[in-house]
Design a protein around this ligand. Structure first.
Ligand SMILES: [Zn+2]
Length: 466
């Protein structure tokens, strides 16, 4: 074997400065000394600034060294330790293959005196590489453990926003906000709704920690949190007392949770009372109308409040608009337009099948990307950039599929609108609503004249789905 005259030195900065981990300068010095001792001439030093041994990020210097080896411009490689050279056993196999193909037989490391030109030496190097890979995996496991440990010790972990009621250190209580929390809890337990409480906060000008205004969802999350009762949670489970002071007592929190559970149970039993839920839009602002009774009068209203972004300036009485649109739907079932729509739907079956295939492929790619991001093979920025066009395609395909999909609720009534009219009143409201939604995409409601008696049919503009 001839003495190398174009050796490569490879060094990598690692964030783990314990044990064998050393600054890059020290790695380089030791490698240079080894080259001198063996009489090897160093042609180039390759240094990567990889701060995480397991990040999976590309290492430009390493790649450059490999291509120089492949081009037979290098005849030896010196590393401080084999755990600097490769991060996974498979990578080491690849490195070995490239060296073998290029006829490079001199591989030396400072820490382990291994002669990789022999089978035994190669075996040792492979073991060291495997141990290094395992250590990298353990390091990322340690980070996860750290968060769990913080939780068990009752200490706060990071996050974008401070919790309402606490200072940015997440431990000191902001007394003015704590008083608001106590009042919210008292009023909620006395029977006030989330919606009413959120409205109160917004009207009082109480600033939330994030966002422009209070929503019932964030208010609910705050009132249900263990945090305000001085309890530390980890993955939704209370794991013990927290390091920060409580704003309400654990007993109060128990009552809050009980009341939410009770509301949920009764809410589920409430029967549907509105035929056109989700089907009406406000012409003023384009917003969706919501069922909103006043007294015993059922109404659809453009709402403006904590959870709704409508203009709040349009109301329509439920009964007449429901009668009008139900009649229109039944009438439409007998029209040739609908028969045409159904026929064109049949011709869409082929398109439908290819849409499903495309959609599946896009969804698989999205989850693959998420996996790469989770494994830190790509950055958040790369993930977002790659995701955007795929997400757009998925949304588009989903919309088209929705339009193309069958409408079993209405199929049996096509061409039988008059028959349906006779039976209409005997059908359960859920069933009626399915038929409505199958035929009607939505209806736009224009503003009425104040004080008008009865419904002006010109206020109702149906947009047909079929
Ligand atoms: Zn509106």
């Amino acid at each position: 074997m001839t003495t190398p005259h174009a050796a490569a030195i490879y060094a990598r900065i690692s964030s783990d400065q314990t044990g064998e981990g050393l600054g890059v300068q020290r790695q380089l010095e030791d490698c240079r000394r080894l080259a001198r001792e063996r009489g090897w001439v160093v042609a180039e030093e390759y240094v990567d600034n990889d701060f995480s041994a397991y990040s999976g990020k590309t290492r430009p210097a390493y790649e450059r060294m490999l291509s120089d080896v492949e081009a037979r411009d290098r005849d030896a490689v010196i590393v401080y330790n084999f755990d600097r050279l490769t991060r996974a056993p498979i990578e080491f196999e690849l490195f070995k293959m490239i060296c073998a193909q290029a006829g490079l037989r001199h591989i030396a490391s400072v820490t382990a005196d291994i002669d990789v030109s022999t089978d035994d030496g190669m075996f040792m190097a492979r073991v060291i590489a495997a141990v290094a890979a395992k250590e990298s995996a353990r390091r990322s496991e340690r980070l996860k453990r750290k968060h769990q440990q913080l939780a068990e010790q009752g200490r706060p972990n990071g996050g974008h926003h401070r919790p309402f009621g606490y200072a940015p250190d997440r431990v000191s209580v902001v007394e003015s906000e704590a008083q608001i929390i106590r009042e919210l809890v008292a009023r909620f337990l006395a029977g006030e709704s989330m919606r009413s409480l959120a409205t109160w906060l917004n009207e009082e000008g109480v600033a939330p920690v994030s966002g422009e205004s209070w929503r019932t969802q964030s208010l609910r999350a705050m009132l249900m949190s263990g945090r305000i009762a001085g309890l530390r949670e980890y993955r939704g489970q209370v794991v013990g007392e927290a390091a920060w002071p409580a704003i309400i007592t654990p007993e109060q929190r128990r009552q809050v949770l009980a009341r939410f559970a009770e509301k949920k149970a009764t809410g589920r039993r409430a029967p549907r009372r509105y035929l056109l839920s989700g089907l009406l839009r406000c012409q003023r602002c384009g917003g969706r109308l919501y069922s909103n009774p006043r007294g015993d009068k059922r109404r659809y209203v453009c709402l403006n409040g904590p959870d709704h972004r409508g203009c709040g300036r349009l109301t329509i009485t439920a009964d007449p608009v429901e009668h009008l649109l139900a009649a229109a739907v039944r009438f439409r079932l007998d029209t040739p337009d609908l028969a045409d729509a159904l026929a064109s739907r049949a011709s869409m079956d082929e398109r439908h099948a290819s849409l499903v295939v495309e959609l599946e492929a896009d969804r698989a790619q999205l989850s693959e990307l998420a996996g790469m991001y989770a494994a830190r093979q790509i950055t958040a920025e790369e993930w977002r950039t790659a995701r955007a066009p795929i997400t757009k395609r998925v949304e588009h395909a989903e919309r088209q599929l929705q339009r193309a999909s069958g409408t079993p609720a209405v199929d049996e009534w096509v061409g039988k609108g008059k028959e349906l009219a006779d039976r209409w009143a005997t059908l359960p409201l859920e069933r009626q609503a399915l038929i409505m939604a199958a035929v009607l995409d939505h209806a736009v409601i224009s503003p009425g004249v104040p004080g008008a008696r009865g419904l002006d049919p010109d206020r109702v503009h149906p947009v047909w789905r079929l």
